[in-house]
Design a protein around this ligand. Structure first.
Ligand code: ROI
Length: 161
């Protein structure tokens, strides 16, 4: 079994409901256990500003699926929740599920870049990840606690539970 962290993001079609539904859907992935989920956060959009605020969270899973098999399952959930493949790269989306970390593995191919390429610059990823795993060390040796302490979190708000 490998410990995996998945980032969730949504900013269309009742994003908070999309995230809660996605968390439930993560529990249906075969050979995989949902161990914990962070609180939900609202965040202003990174990228083009002419789109709604996002709801973001991070989930901690344990899986015996290989990385690409897990990606297939996450993409199935995105499609089931109305994600359209024409979504432009920095545009709004009903649901985004990104593998942040797959154990301490480093993967870089056509479909997957793990660790996620942008995670160290994104408060909406680092802060909920830190909620779940304050002691985490990334595969490049950096300490999550140090990255999180240094990140600008002015546009990030934790939602009441
Ligand atoms: N901005 C925020 N705040 N949250 C996201 O999940 C998110 N996802 C994206 C881009 C468009 C980069 N901006 C985002 O894909």
């Amino acid at each position: 079994m490998t410990e995996v962290f998945v980032a969730l993001g949504a900013n269309l079609a009742q994003p908070q409901a999309q995230i809660l539904r996605a968390i439930a859907a993560l529990q249906s992935i075969p050979a995989t256990e949902l161990l914990a989920c962070s609180p939900l956060y609202s965040s202003s959009p990174m990228g083009p500003q002419d789109q709604p605020d996002y709801i973001n969270a991070v989930a901690r899973l344990q899986t015996s699926l290989a990385p690409h098999a897990l990606l297939d399952e996450l993409q199935r959930i995105e499609l089931e929740q109305g994600r359209e493949r024409k979504d432009e790269r920095w545009g709004p989306r009903t649901l985004d599920l990104d593998i942040l970390l797959y154990g301490q593995n480093i993967i870089d191919d056509e479909r997957l870049t793990i660790p996620h390429y942008g995670m160290k610059q994104r408060a909406f990823v680092l802060v909920p990840l830190f909620d779940l795993a304050p002691q985490l060390t990334l595969p490049d040796g950096s300490q999550l606690a140090e990255l999180t302490a240094a990140i600008d979190r002015t546009a990030l708000f934790r939602l009441p539970e």
